[in-house]
Design a protein around this ligand. Structure first.
Ligand SMILES: Cc1ncc(COP(=O)(O)O)c(C=O)c1O
Length: 395
């Protein structure tokens, strides 16, 4: 087997979840998905498609009407994005993999901003790339970009810059000024920007543009070396459906179609039909999802911030609280203990970058915000228990 594959690390989030196997009372906030089911009218569209007998392959790039709908949707949110630049994929993660297959050769240098969802650094590593990371800086509970450091790391030898904003897990988001500087710099060095913008609509700060976080699509030209990754998972509550898309320069689309042929051939047609309805009726889903997530965030963060020893900032985007627990620097061990001893399921920061080793990620996408309150109560009583055990043992 290839060394690059042997070297892949297993998901540390799964490792924590496995520690909870056999316990059915765990309040789980470890995975990045809402516990709310996909809206009925979206599910209905898939059922009707199947009943019509749509059980065949589609074009590699997706149904023409879905590509048109994505084009209208992206154009309404950003600048004009023609359907000829859209490729429908089997989820955001497949979109990312196809993009990396298209851009990265073995031995290429890739620069990634971290902490980040581990797939973004694992995928170029699978292709044999050398992944250099540029960590965000942290002060208090807040993460921010050292722009000069990132610009300095991107040289003509850098094939691709990978950046995810709004960011999973930190909630950090690129500003427009940072995007402009990065785009200009990457034009000079000939570096591709692979922008993971799957959380663009889950953005709660004041500088939204059409309800979105700042996007590279607002400022780039169609033929810039820019690939943007999107997903139906987060804004439409469709994680299990595996549907996403890529926005690429026009002369790249055909080649992406070839790669889709060799990966999945196409996204399932009945799933694409559901995606089409989701886009057409986005006004009935996404604003409600975003308002609910904001309410979840505003329930969880003040409660967490009130727990002694917790350091946390209000995230601008995404669906995660990323926090530090004073005195607990090994997040993998802490997350396992929390599952076993407190029935609380969180993701360890170590899953996202070594520099996030002392942090924990809590997905606040909870249909019933009372679950969040219950989770904080469990954390609090666990901390009180460990403190009194330590006092008893004279630690
Ligand atoms: C940053 C980021 N990108 C992409 C994805 C992929 O989403 P999906 O494959 O469900 O479309 C996720 C999922 O958690 C994510 O957090």
């Amino acid at each position: 087997m290839r060394q690059a594959v042997l070297n892949l690390e297993e998901s540390r989030i799964r490792e924590v979840a496995n520690a909870g196997i056999g316990r059915d009372d765990v309040l789980a906030f470890w995975f990045g998905e809402s516990d709310e089911v996909t809206p009925d009218f979206i599910r209905q569209a898939a059922v009707e498609s199947l009943q019509r007998g749509e059980t065949f392959y589609s074009h590699n790039l997706g149904l023409p009407e879905l590509r048109q709908a994505v084009s209208r949707y992206m154009t309404a949110l950003h600048s004009p994005v023609e359907a000829a630049r859209i490729a429908i994929t089997s989820g955001g993660v497949n979109a990312l993999m196809v993009a990396v297959q298209a851009l990265v050769d073995a031995g290429d240098e890739v620069v990634a901003v971290t902490p980040v969802w581990p797939n973004l650094t694992a995928q170029p590593a699978i292709m044999g790339a050398r992944v250099r990371t540029v960590p965000l800086e942290t002060a208090g509970g807040k993460w921010s970009l050292n722009l000069p450091e990132l610009l300095g790391a991107i040289t003509p030898a850098t094939r691709v810059l990978i950046v995810n904003a709004p960011n999973n897990p930190t909630g950090w988001t690129l500003t427009r000024a940072e995007q402009l500087a990065l785009l200009e710099h990457c034009r000079q060095t000939g570096t591709w920007i692979l922008a993971d913008e799957v959380y663009e609509r889950l953005y709660y700060a004041d500088d939204t543009i059409n309800g979105c976080a700042p996007s590279f699509l607002d400022i780039a030209n169609a033929d810039d070396r820019l690939v943007v990754v999107h997903s139906f998972s987060k804004s439409f509550l469709m994680t299990g459906w595996r549907l996403g898309w890529l926005v690429v320069p026009p002369d790249m689309t055909h080649h992406v179609g070839k790669l889709i042929e060799f990966n999945t051939s196409c996204a399932s047609v009945f799933i694409q039909r559901a995606g089409l309805v989701a886009l057409e009726r986005t006004a009935e889903v996404t604003p409600r999802v975003v308002a609910h997530l904001k309410a979840c965030r505003d329930t969880l963060i003040p409660l967490l911030a009130g727990v002694p020893g917790v350091q946390v900032e209000v995230p601008r985007g995404g669906m995660y609280a990323f926090f530090r627990l004073q005195g607990f620097d090994d997040s993998l061990a802490t997350a396992k203990r929390l599952v076993i001893e407190a029935g609380l399921g969180l993701a360890p920061g170590a899953a996202f970058a070594p520099e996030a080793r002392g942090w924990l990620r809590w997905c606040f996408a909870s249909h019933d915000p009372k679950r969040l309150v219950g989770g904080v109560e469990r954390l609090q009583s666990w901390l009180a228990g460990t403190a009194s055990a330590a006092a008893k043992n004279g630690v």
